[in-house]
Ligand binder design. Structure first.
Ligand code: CIR
Length: 289
């Protein structure tokens, strides 16, 4: 009887149960991770501390952690978000948009199998690729950025596997924009009664937000995060807790503190400064479902 009510409660209130994360920050990350800017040196010890703090925050969100046994040689393998998309407990294993990241999917696949998660796999075809960082799920619809790492064929897999959701393609071409992923400038918190969409303040982020507003068939709360770093709009949300960046300007931190008060969210700050040097945002290091 009690279990029946717990199940009913789960159905009414959106509860996230698991977070997939990498076992470690690979030792090859500072020298070999893909990056758009080569000028800053990554301090691996700090990066490891930050990753531990990040995982602790996921535990504080009441999530059970599923570890992927990532290899030291796979420099970008801490960014698990790009290798799998999980919606409603169904997984789509991607063919990542940079060939150096393909082998990351093997360990991810093992982790999914050992937890008996229903998994579809993209064919490994040279020009059919998709990075999870390009997919924004709002709880009601899916938006996918057509980027350097995600092509039309990749998007068609998402349409097939998650066919009960409307899938909208977002054009990432804009002036001389070099943003890696759609979610490098935006993210979403799916609450019980509403979804909040966060965007950076740049012209490019507004370009993305305007497309979403135009294409969307649902109501959302749109929020523009202040400051001049769009990646601060990339937050992680689960079970009433919103994780955002401590390594941000005061204006951003104050913004999230007020935002938390208004929306009754617990705000937790974590440092992501080291992984940001290799284009990692907060969502990249976990897959929550
Ligand atoms: C890469 O370029 O693939 C990694 N250095 C960063 C990936 C970040 N992933 C993400 O935003 N989803």
């Amino acid at each position: 009887m009690i279990q029946f009510f717990i199940k009913l409660y789960d159905l009414c209130i959106l509860i996230m149960k698991y977070a997939i994360v990498a076992n470690k920050i690979p030792s090859s990350l500072p020298s070999n991770a893909l990056r758009s800017d080569n000028t800053q040196i990554v301090d691996i010890n700090k990066a490891r501390e930050h990753h531990e703090e990040y995982i602790q925050c996921l535990k504080d969100m009441n999530l059970e952690i599923i570890y992927v046994n990532n290899e030291d040689e796979l420099a970008d393998s801490v960014f698990v978000e790009d290798t799998v998309i999980i919606i409603d407990n169904v997984a789509l294993l991607t063919n990542p948009g940079h060939e150096s990241r393909l082998y990351e999917t093997y360990e991810m696949r093992k982790a999914l199998e050992s937890h008996e998660i229903v998994t579809y796999c993209m064919d490994i075809i040279h020009d059919e690729f998709l990075d999870g960082g390009d997919l924004l799920f709002t709880g009601k619809e899916i938006f996918i950025g057509l980027s350097k790492r995600t092509r039309e064929c990749g998007i068609s897999y998402v349409k097939d596997v998650f066919n009960h959701y409307e899938v909208h393609t977002i054009n990432m071409d804009f002036e001389d924009n070099s943003t890696l992923h759609l979610k490098s400038v935006c993210s979403c918190a799916i609450l019980d009664d509403k979804s909040i969409l966060y965007f950076g303040s740049s012209r490019f982020a507004s370009h993305i937000m305007n497309q979403i507003i135009k294409l969307s068939k649902c109501d959302y709360i749109y929020v523009t995060v202040p400051g001049n770093n769009d990646s601060m709009a990339n937050i992680v949300y689960a079970n009433g807790i919103l994780m955002c960046r401590r390594d941000s300007d005061d204006i951003v931190k104050d913004f999230f503190i007020d935002h938390g008060k208004i929306n009754k969210l617990i705000i937790k700050f974590v440092d992501n400064s080291e992984l940001a040097k290799v284009d990692g945002a907060l969502t990249c290091c976990s897959v929550i479902f």
